[in-house]
Design a protein. Structure first.
Lengths: 477, 338
C-alpha cells in the first residue's frame, strides 16, 4: 500500500508539484477514465433490474423506481384508466416471461385478490379471458362457433349474431364473453408498468402521487397522471420539482438466477462457464506445447526446408480468419468433431503468431547452452523440456495470456464447431443466446458478460507479474 | 584417463575448407594447449573433438577407439565454454547435477560428486544461488565444477579465462594448473593468449589458418620456433624480424645459407657493442622492473627492446644494440627456420 502511495505521489522535482506533474497526472487520470469508465458502466448496468434496462435508464447507480401499473379497461361506462399499486414485479413483466415461468405462477388465484376494473385489467393482462371464455362456452353449452368467432373474417362474422347470446347471460359472464368476442363496447384492455413519482401540492404542500411512463432527463417536464384520479388526464410536471421515489436496489438476481440455473429457458450459465474453462485451459496447454516445439525446431535446428516451413507458417498470418470459416467447418464436420468441445480446441491449437513469437525469443537463447546440455548427455527432449522451455518462459507466458484471452473471447470457432449442440456452448455463445428471438434478457446478458470478464482479468493480473519479472536473468557473460 | 589421436582431420563449411588435414596426438594426462590467432580453427577443432561439430574427413580416436560417429554425449568428455554456458534458470547445484541426472546416476552418487567438486573448487557457499547472482570468477568455477562432476576422460577448455579480469585470470591459471596436477586427466585447452599457453601447457600446438604450425613443449617453441609464424606468435613483445640483406656485415657473416630473415627477441637485445645495430629510439616505456624501447634501424625497420632495468634513454636518442650469437634465429625465403 505504501508503494502505491509512493507511486502516486512521485514528482518531477523535490519541492511542490510542478505544471509538468499536474499535466502528467491529469493525463494519467484521463487515460484511466477512458479505459475504465466503459467497464465500470457495464458493471453498474449489470446490476440494474430488467425494468430499468427496458426504460433505458441512464443513471449510473442501479436506482430502482417505485413502480405502478397503468391499466385501461373498456366497459359499458366507457374507457377507464386506472393505476394499480403494490403489484409484484413478475406481474409487470408477465409479457417477458416464457411459458415455463408462466406455468409456475398461479395467476388464477392471484387475480382473485382484485375486484372491479383492476380484476378485468389483470385478467386480460394474464391472457385469462380466452381461457375463462372457452370454459364458459363449454360449461353453459353455448354454440361452438363462438370459440372460432374472434378469428373469423369480418364477412363471415355477419352470418352470426353473438350479441343475442351475450344478452341472455348474467353481467359477469356477458362481460367475459364480450371481451373474448370483441363486442362493443369492449376492446382489448391495456396494461403497462410505470414509474411512481410524487410532488408536493402547490397550495397545501401535501405530497401527491403521480404515475409517469418515462422520465427523459433531457426534457424539463414529465407527463404524469394523478394516481388518485388517473382519468383526470395528463398533466405536465416540472422535472426539477418532482420527487422520484428511487432506492438503491442492485438486482443481484441478474447474477444469481443464471448461475443457479433459475434463469429462463434452457440457459445454463454454469455449464457454459465450465465449457469455456475447459476449452481455454486445454487449448492453451496444447497451444503452448505445440508452438514451443515448433519454435524450438525452427530456431535451433538446421534442416532442409527450414526457411520454407518458416515462410509458410508466417504466410498463414496474412490469411484473414474469416476466410477459413468454411474450411474449418468442413474439417470439423468430416473429422466428426462437430458438436464436441474438441472441435473448438483442436483447429486453433497451432497459431502462426505463437510460433513466430516463440521462435524469435528462442533465437536469443545462446546455442552454447544447448551444446553444454549435449555435452551433459542430455537428450533432445531433455534439452527442450529442461533448458529451452524454462528459458523461453517469459515469451511462453505472453503467449499463454494471449491464448487464454483468444480462447475465452472466441465466438467464431464455437459457432462453427458446436452451434448445433447446446450442451457444448461456451460462454460467448451463451451470451449470444440470451438475446433470443422473442425474449429480451439484457439483464442476464449484462451480468454474465461481467462474469465472463473475470477470468481474463484475473489471468492478466497474475501472469503480468511473470512477464515483467522474467526469469531469464542470463547465466551468460 | 585417455589419450587422443587426430588423423588427417579436415573440416569444410560448404566449399570453404577451414581445417586442412591435421594430425595430432595428445598423450594420457597431458595438458595440451591449442593456441593461435582468432580464426585459425582451434575452437572448431576443439568442438570437433567434443562431438559438437561433425568432421568432414579423417578420424578422431579416443583411447584408440574411433569416435567419429559417436555423439557428444557418449564420448565421455566434458567441456568448459568460453561463456561458461551455465543454465541460468537452475541453481549451481542443479547445474552440476544436470549432467549426472542425464546419465541416470543414483541420487547418493550425484550428491557425493557435487559435494566433492564443491569442496575442491571452494564453492559450497553458493550452491543454492543462480548463475545470475554470481561473479565472473564464481561462474568460472561452476563451469569447471560442472566438468569435474562428470569425471570425464578428457577435459576440453574453450578459452575459459577470456572473460575474467587480468588479476583473476592469473589466479585461475595457477588454479587450473594445480587442478590438472591433482586430477591428472588429459586436458585440451584452447586459447589465443600465448602467455596462457606458455604458462600452463605440457604441450603447445600452434595453429594458423587451419594447419598446425608447430607442436612442442613451451620452451621448445620459444627457443626453436619452426618458422616465422611461431617465432612471431610466441613471446611478448614479439620477436624482431629484420631483412638479412640490410644487416651490418659483421652480423651478416653469421647467416646460414639461404637466410632471408633474421630474428632476435627483444629481451635478447642489449645496449652493447658486440654485433651492434645502430638504432634510433622513438618511444620508451618504463615499467619499473623492465623498460621497453621502441625504435627503428637506419632503413626504417622497426625494433623493440626489452631491458631488465630502468633506463635513462629518451625518445629521439641514437643508440647501439647488440646480442649474443646463440640467441639469433634465421629463416629462409619460405619462413622456415634454418
Amino acid at each position: 500500500m505504501t508503494d502505491v502511495i509512493k507511486f502516486f505521489t512521485r514528482r518531477q522535482g523535490k519541492k511542490k508539484a510542478s505544471l509538468t506533474d499536474w499535466i502528467s497526472y491529469g493525463f494519467l487520470f484521463l487515460g484511466f477514465l477512458i479505459i475504465f469508465l466503459p467497464v465500470l458502466w457495464l458493471v453498474m448496468n449489470s446490476i440494474k433490474s430488467q425494468f430499468l434496462l427496458q426504460k433505458y435508464d441512464t443513471n449510473f447507480l442501479p436506482m430502482d423506481y417505485e413502480r405502478v401499473a397503468r391499466a385501461t379497461t373498456y366497459g359499458p361506462d366507457g374507457k377507464d384508466i386506472l393505476i394499480i399499486k403494490d403489484l409484484e414485479p413478475w406481474v409487470m413483466f408477465w409479457k417477458n416471461l416464457d411459458d415455463e415461468e408462466r406455468a409456475e405462477k398461479d395467476v388464477v388465484n392471484y387475480i382473485k385478490n382484485f375486484t372491479g376494473n383492476e380484476y378485468y385489467a389483470l385478467r386480460s393482462h394474464f391472457g385469462l379471458v380466452s381461457v375463462f371464455a372457452k370454459d364458459l362456452i363449454v360449461n353453459q353449452n353455448l354454440p361452438e362457433w363462438l370459440i372460432k368467432y374472434p378469428s373469423m373474417f369480418p364477412s363471415a362474422k355477419k352470418d352470426y349474431d353473438p350479441q343475442s347470446i351475450v344478452d341472455n347471460l348474467n353481467t359477469e359472464d356477458a362481460r367475459l364473453l364480450s371481451e373474448y368476442l370483441g363486442l362493443k363496447p369492449y376492446k382489448a384492455n391495456g396494461f403497462t408498468a410505470q414509474i411512481l413519482v410524487s410532488m408536493p401540492d402547490p397550495e397545501t404542500g401535501e405530497l401527491v402521487e403521480y404515475s409517469v411512463s418515462r422520465i427523459n432527463p433531457t426534457k424539463d417536464t414529465v407527463n404524469a397522471r394523478l394516481v388518485t384520479n388517473p382519468k383526470g388526464g395528463i398533466t405536465k410536471l416540472p422535472q426539477n420539482e418532482i420527487i422520484i421515489n428511487k432506492s438503491l436496489k442492485p438486482s443481484w438476481i441478474n447474477y444469481t438466477d443464471p448461475l443457479t440455473k433459475k434463469a429462463l429457458g434452457s440457459f445454463d450459465a454454469v455449464r457454459c462457464l465450465n465449457n469455456s474453462v475447459f476449452v481455454t485451459i486445454v487449448a492453451t496447454i496444447i497451444t503452448l506445447l505445440i508452438n514451443s516445439m515448433a519454435a524450438f525446431a525452427l530456431s535451433k535446428y538446421r534442416f532442409n526446408g527450414q526457411i520454407v516451413f518458416f515462410v509458410i507458417i508466417l504466410a498463414t498470418l496474412m490469411v484473414p480468419a474469416s476466410v477459413l470459416i468454411v474450411g474449418i467447418f468442413k474439417m470439423v464436420t468430416m473429422t466428426g468433431l462437430s458438436g464436441s468441445l474438441w472441435g473448438v480446441i483442436i483447429p486453433g491449437a497451432a497459431t502462426p503468431t505463437g510460433v513466430f513469437m516463440l521462435r524469435q525469443y528462442m533465437l536469443t537463447i545462446p546455442d552454447e547452452l544447448l551444446e553444454a546440455a549435449r555435452m551433459d548427455a542430455a537428450s533432445e527432449w531433455t534439452i527442450y523440456w529442461r533448458i529451452i522451455f524454462p528459458l523461453a518462459l517469459p515469451a511462453i507466458a505472453v503467449l499463454g495470456i494471449l491464448s487464454i484471452i483468444w480462447r475465452w473471447n472466441d465466438l467464431i470457432l464455437p459457432m462453427i464447431a458446436v452451434s448445433t449442440t447446446k450442451a457444448a456452448y461456451t460462454i460467448q455463445l451463451c451470451l449470444l443466446d440470451f438475446n433470443g428471438e422473442y425474449l429480451a434478457r439484457e439483464h442476464y446478458a449484462l451480468a454474465m458478460t461481467v462474469v465472463s470478464l473475470i477470468p481474463t482479468t484475473l489471468v492478466f493480473v497474475f501472469l503480468q507479474k511473470y512477464i515483467t519479472t522474467g526469469i531469464a536473468s542470463t547465466g551468460m557473460k | 584417463m585417455a589419450n587422443l589421436k587426430l588423423i588427417d582431420i579436415k573440416k569444410s563449411y560448404g566449399k570453404t575448407e577451414v581445417i586442412h588435414g591435421l594430425d595430432l596426438e595428445v598423450l594420457d594426462g597431458e595438458f595440451c594447449v591449442l593456441v593461435g590467432p582468432s580464426g585459425c580453427g582451434k575452437s572448431t577443432l576443439l568442438r570437433m573433438i567434443a562431438g559438437l561439430e561433425a568432421i568432414t574427413e579423417g578420424s578422431i580416436l579416443i583411447n584408440d577407439e574411433k569416435v567419429n560417429d559417436i555423439s557428444a554425449a557418449k564420448r565421455g568428455l566434458a567441456m568448459v565454454f568460453q561463456s561458461y554456458a551455465l543454465y541460468p534458470h537452475m541453481t549451481v547445484r542443479q547445474n552440476l547435477a544436470f549432467g549426472l541426472e542425464n546419465l541416470k546416476l543414483d541420487k547418493d552418487d550425484i550428491e557425493k560428486r557435487i559435494t566433492k567438486a564443491a569442496n575442491q573448487l571452494r564453492m559450497e557457499d553458493y550452491l543454492k544461488r543462480r548463475p545470475g547472482q554470481l561473479s565472473g570468477g564464481q561462474r568460472q568455477r561452476v563451469a569447471i565444477g560442472r566438468a569435474i562432476v562428470r569425471e570425464p576422460s578428457i577435459y576440453l577448455f574453450d578459452e575459459p579465462l577470456s572473460n575474467l579480469d587480468a588479476e583473476l585470470r592469473v589466479a585461475t591459471r595457477v588454479e587450473l594448473k594445480a587442478l590438472h596436477a591433482r586430477l591428472g586427466n588429459t586436458m585440451i585447452y584452447v586459447t589465443h593468449d600465448q602467455v596462457e599457453a606458455m604458462t600452463m601447457a605440457d604441450k603447445i600446438v600452434v595453429m594458423h589458418d587451419g594447419i598446425i604450425e608447430q607442436t612442442g613443449s613451451p620452451l621448445d617453441l620459444y627457443n626453436k620456433p619452426a618458422n616465422l609464424f611461431v617465432a612471431g606468435f610466441i613471446g611478448s613483445p614479439k620477436m624482431n624480424f629484420l631483412d638479412s640483406s640490410s644487416l651490418p656485415e659483421d652480423i651478416k657473416k653469421h647467416a646460414p645459407k639461404g637466410a632471408k630473415t633474421f630474428g632476435v627477441r627483444p629481451e635478447h637485445l642489449n645496449i652493447q657493442d658486440q654485433n651492434a645495430l645502430p638504432l634510433e629510439v622513438r618511444t620508451v616505456e618504463q615499467l619499473g622492473s623492465d623498460s621497453y624501447l621502441y625504435g627503428a634501424t637506419i632503413d626504417n625497420q622497426e625494433i623493440s627492446i626489452k631491458l631488465n632495468s630502468q633506463t635513462s634513454i629518451k625518445g629521439g636518442e641514437s643508440i647501439k644494440v647488440g646480442f649474443d650469437d646463440s640467441n639469433t634465429h634465421w629463416f629462409n625465403e619460405k619462413g622456415v627456420s634454418l
